[in-house]
Design a protein around this ligand. Structure first.
Ligand code: GLU
Length: 428
């Protein structure tokens, strides 16, 4: 499968079918789980600053809610498609199931580029999105959150619009809100930290000292930044960071063979994860082509950007030094690379396990909203680490016992939990 014909929903179905075959999943359960339960496609008219009206296309897709309300982010991206949102909603179902939180899977998206929208236009887009979907989401049905290029401010505008429409206070309608406005301490760090909790466990199982490792990271948005921060606190060295440059409309890889000071790099990035090239050069970084993050001589690759970033066209560029791939992004690896990863004996921490820290903390946020009582950051992070570590260990143990690839082991656990829920409810 080449880059041009990549379809994330097909990839999600290929991954699912492969494990459904292995576990002899009932045909009716299989039929139900390989498609989303519900889809909403809508238009969002937005008054632009110049007085014109622009119509954006929005989606909310609920893959499965047998284990609890659908849960998952809303992405703002110019290349968003219905199939991307379908795939992401399906991966959310497996993500919530593998960490065993009582939530289902959903996802939303808007075809837009927030980098080219003013704050006012972004606010009206968020409010317009909620006006179109308010009757189909809510704290007990489907709970959105941030994702690619959406943030806490977007979530707050959305929650406010929902509360205006419904006339009540429902902070549990949406997660990833600002702290002090119903948000949870630790939510900002949660996805990236979760990636590193699973990396720490993976390295332990391989008998590798994290403080002696180096990594190359793709992306420098929220997930990548906090993953890089915690990894360097644990002693690792990030020697390459690749990110999109919105001025040059291309990606660059920044390299510092001595390891980056992540605090300093975070200080020269914008809110969408673009690193200021001139400032990075002034700080001694080499500037390489965007794709070169994958070929660096490192122990660990951390794809923390978008889907389909490791595929048949670049897999052979992965350096022979690489021992672990931790998928911080959703769907960063095309399915035809799974056999290659196994052949090269690279340890994989699959996406819906690796990046489950965000939704796990979203679940904690909802719990705190329901209690109307808020935990300390230490308490949140301790609970997060414990949830991520036990999910990793369960997948790892199954992979060892049954000699399964880590992605397949994670799918076996997740699919079995969701299959049991749909059967217990009598849906099939
Ligand atoms: N968008 C994040 C993800 O893909 C978080 C979802 C959530 O918190 O609901 O996991």
């Amino acid at each position: 499968m080449g880059q041009n014909v990549y379809n994330p929903f097909e990839s999600a179905q290929i991954q699912f079918d492969r494990v459904a075959d292995k576990i002899n999943l009932d045909s009716s359960v299989r039929e139900l789980l390989r498609e989303p339960s519900r889809e909403y496609h809508f238009t969002i008219p937005v008054k632009m600053d110049d007085g014109t009206t622009k119509v954006f296309k929005g989606y909310r897709i609920q893959h499965n809610d047998a284990r609890g309300p659908a849960k998952g982010g809303i992405r703002f991206h110019p290349h968003e498609t219905a199939d991307t949102v379908r795939a992401l909603s399906m991966w959310m179902t497996w993500k919530c199931a593998v960490v065993d939180i009582p939530l289902g899977g959903g996802k939303g998206g808007v075809i837009c580029d927030p980098r080219n929208l003013s704050q006012g236009e972004q606010e009206r887009l968020c409010r317009g999105y909620i006006r179109q979907i308010a009757r189909n989401i809510g704290p007990v049905t489907d709970v959105p959150a941030p994702d690619v290029m959406t943030n806490a401010q977007h979530m707050l505008w959305m929650m406010d619009e929902y509360e205006v429409i419904t006339g009540g206070k429902y902070p549990g309608t949406i997660t990833g809100k600002p702290v002090g406005m119903g948000g949870s301490l630790g939510r900002k760090e949660a996805t990236g930290y979760g990636v590193i909790y699973t990396l720490r466990e993976a390295l332990k199982s391989l008998n590798i000292d994290i403080a002696k490792t180096s990594a190359s990271i793709q992306g420098f948005g929220n997930v990548a930044e906090y993953a890089a921060r915690l990894y360097t606190v644990m002693g690792g060295k990030i020697i390459a960071i690749s990110c999109w440059d919105n001025n040059d409309k291309k990606a660059y890889t920044f390299r510092n063979k001595d390891g980056f000071d992540i605090e300093k790099m975070a200080a020269i990035k914008d809110s969408f994860g673009t690193i200021d090239k001139e400032k990075a050069i002034a700080m001694g970084a080499e500037v390489l082509d965007g794709g070169e993050w994958i070929s660096q001589e490192v122990d660990i690759l951390l794809p923390c950007a978008l889907e389909n970033q490791i595929n048949a066209s670049n897999f052979d560029q992965i350096n022979s030094s690489v021992k672990v791939i931790c998928e911080g992004a959703n769907g960063p690896t095309a399915p035809d690379c799974d056999n290659l990863i196994m052949e090269r004996d690279i340890f994989l921490v699959p996406d819906f396990l690796c990046n489950a820290g965000g939704v796990t903390c979203s679940y904690f946020e909802q719990v705190q909203n329901n209690m109307n009582y808020y935990w300390t950051k230490e308490e949140v992070l301790e609970k997060l680490d414990s949830k991520m570590t036990s999910a990793f260990q369960a997948v790892y143990q199954l992979a060892r016992e049954k000699n399964l690839y880590m992605r397949d082991a994670a799918y076996v656990i997740a699919i079995n939990r969701v299959a049991e829920a749909v059967k217990l409810r009598g849906w099939v």
